[in-house]
Design a protein around this ligand. Structure first.
Ligand code: AMP
Ligand code: ZN
Length: 459
């Protein structure tokens, strides 16, 4: 695998620290609202990376967090936690709201055939680990306390902006507009590790004891604490959206490396955005579609997955209904091809290697798809094509095995009726042939007459 690393800004050969397994941490959702298809571009991208590494023979140790506390609303006049604010609006308890949107997240990713990470870690269930990490940061001289919060002192970490390449002055300008108004803060760009349940946070429902006082953790500390708990001090891969580069991941590096003195992440992988009309699809702009919007319009969620495969993860993708329709058509064509093939047990190594190389070239899914179509259009025997395609589909994740299986699972009764219908047609008894078609339809199958004979499909 060759992979682009945001830190070095280069595509480099990827080798895990441990020769047979890869540690990968994915920044998960903040569960305060519906998952939209912009989020799904990122999670499908992570899924493709994981599946490609699995195809390369690695075991994956994959962890994802669920942010269910501590992520502040960024455009508020007053600091407020996104989950608590939404829970108040909806008259729900924060935990109840978080679980509802966590379920919606998994419903959405499952619809796109995204494999669930082996470990899914909720921030609220790992507060002890976060407190321990803050203690370590105090010990190492990186943390300080005010009446309102505990902060990370950025001036003590000289390489703070190494991931984004920003100048600290640029960050300072951004930080002035920050939500945390605290006159005791040493520098405007210092970020919070822990908030005390005082002042504007006195009404905060989710709260835990800590050696410094009752409160709740800041957003960034959860990812440092949980990734290192499950995967060790140094991770092979850490993923997120490009918006995480200048703040969330920058802060994660400072926290983790400040605590351990070791390199935190070996490869930083960032996915670019899904746009609508040239603008980032986002909850705040209210220009988003959910997986239910997709299915309500009659699309298969896997057509969306196909659409994501046609663009590179580091490119922006402008979403239109026309592009989704084109992806749906391509997926339908693909399924039709497969349905007519017998399953073989041998894979064509030439096409498979070309496909795998493309996937291993910084996740070149558009090229990999092109090789897949080249294979489909080739004059290889169909059973060889079927086996090769299903091997490719272990990475693509389009559930093409279900289409091949459908061909194999035509019930005896249906096959008999198809045969009888062919005989009736041979005798030009079209009334009988139509009756038989209806009987076949009642059993859930459709018949299409082609130049090479009848083709049976599931209706
Ligand atoms: P959030 O739940 O808002 O914290 O977002 C979860 C992840 O989805 C983050 O890594 C974001 O970068 C990513 N994300 C949010 N909006 C989009 C979008 N329009 N396109 C791609 N990724 C997005
Ligand atoms: Zn994170």
């Amino acid at each position: 695998m060759h992979l682009y690393d945001t830190l070095t800004r280069k595509v480099e050969e990827f080798r895990p620290l441990n020769s047979d397994h890869v540690t990968m941490y994915t920044c998960g959702p903040t569960v305060y609202d519906y998952t939209h298809i912009g989020h799904l571009k990122k999670y499908v991208g992570d899924d493709l990376l994981r599946r490609t590494l699995e195809a390369d023979g690695f075991m994956m140790q994959h962890v994802m967090n669920i942010t269910d506390v501590g992520h502040l609303v960024s455009d508020a006049d007053e600091g407020d936690d996104k989950i608590e604010r939404m829970a108040r609006e909806k008259n729900m308890m924060p935990e109840e709201l978080a679980r509802f949107f966590e379920d919606y997240f998994f419903k959405s990713t499952t619809a796109l055939n995204v494999e669930r990470p082996k470990i899914v870690a909720r921030a609220t269930e790992h507060v002890k680990e976060q407190v321990k990490l803050i203690e370590k940061l105090f010990e190492n001289g990186f943390a300080y306390q005010t009446d309102q919060a505990i902060y990370f002192d950025v001036s003590k970490f000289p390489t703070y902006t190494k991931l984004s390449g920003q100048k600290l002055e640029e960050k300072e300008a951004g930080a002035r507009e920050d939500v945390i108004v605290d006159s005791q803060k040493r520098h405007p760009y210092d970020f919070a590790l822990w908030f005390f349940a005082v002042g504007r946070f006195a009404r905060h429902i989710l709260r835990w004891p800590s050696p410094w006082g009752e409160g709740f953790p800041g957003w960034h500390i959860e990812c440092s604490a949980m990734s290192m708990l499950y995967l060790g001090d140094t991770l092979d891969i850490h993923t997120g959206g490009i918006d995480h580069i200048p703040v969330h991941h920058t802060n994660e590096i400072a926290q983790s490396e400040g605590a351990t003195g070791r390199r935190f992440v070996r490869f930083w992988v960032h996915h670019d955005f899904l746009l609508v009309d040239g603008e980032k699809m986002s909850k705040s702009k209210k220009n988003f579609y959910t997986i239910d919007d997709i299915t309500k319009r009659g699309f298969d969620p896997l057509a969306l997955r196909y659409l994501f495969l046609t663009s590179h993860y580091r490119d922006k993708l402008n979403f239109t209904w026309e592009s989704l329709q084109a992806a749906q058509n391509a997926l339908n064509n693909l399924r039709e091809e497969v349905r007519n093939w017998d399953m073989g047990d041998k894979v064509d190594d030439g096409f498979w290697q070309k496909f795998l190389e493309a996937a291993n070239n910084d996740l070149g899914t558009p090229q990999a798809l092109a090789f897949m179509w080249e294979m489909i259009k080739s004059c290889l025997p169909s059973n060889l094509k079927a086996a090769t395609l299903l091997q490719m589909d272990k990475i693509l994740g389009l559930e093409l095995d279900k289409c091949v299986a459908q061909k194999l699972q035509i019930p005896e009764e249906v096959s008999k009726l198809v045969k009888e219908r062919e005989e009736a047609r041979g005798e030009r008894d079209f009334t009988r042939s139509d009756e038989l078609r209806k009987e076949i339809e009642k059993l859930g199958f459709e018949i299409e007459d082609t130049s090479s004979g009848p083709r049976v499909k599931k209706s």
